[in-house]
Design a binder for this molecule. Structure first.
Ligand SMILES: [Zn+2]
Length: 87
């Protein structure tokens, strides 16, 4: 009985949201609201679902967008440097 109590009280590992991802941010907020026993939104199974969803959320689109953004900035920087050389 005692071991079961310890098992139930064991905190879930904190999910690792991806910085800059709005979906992860929203899930993280929901996870925090649902994991607190004294919170009105307390819902341990929903809390677990949120943590799982954060862990599974794909970020290929976000990564591609960030890569594209970096490339655009690099190209602009290159163009700036080329203009400077010309002058
Ligand atoms: Zn995400």
């Amino acid at each position: 009985m005692e071991t079961e109590d310890i098992f139930l009280a064991a905190p879930l590992p904190a999910p690792q949201p991806t910085p800059g991802c709005l979906v992860c941010g929203a899930l993280m907020e929901q996870w925090q609201q649902t994991r607190m026993p004294n919170s009105p939104q307390y819902d341990p199974s929903l809390s677990t679902d949120c943590a799982v969803e954060i862990g599974r959320h794909p970020h290929e689109v976000l990564k591609q967008r960030q890569k594209k953004q970096r490339e655009t900035e690099e190209n602009e920087e290159r163009a700036r440097r080329a203009r400077r050389r010309k002058n």
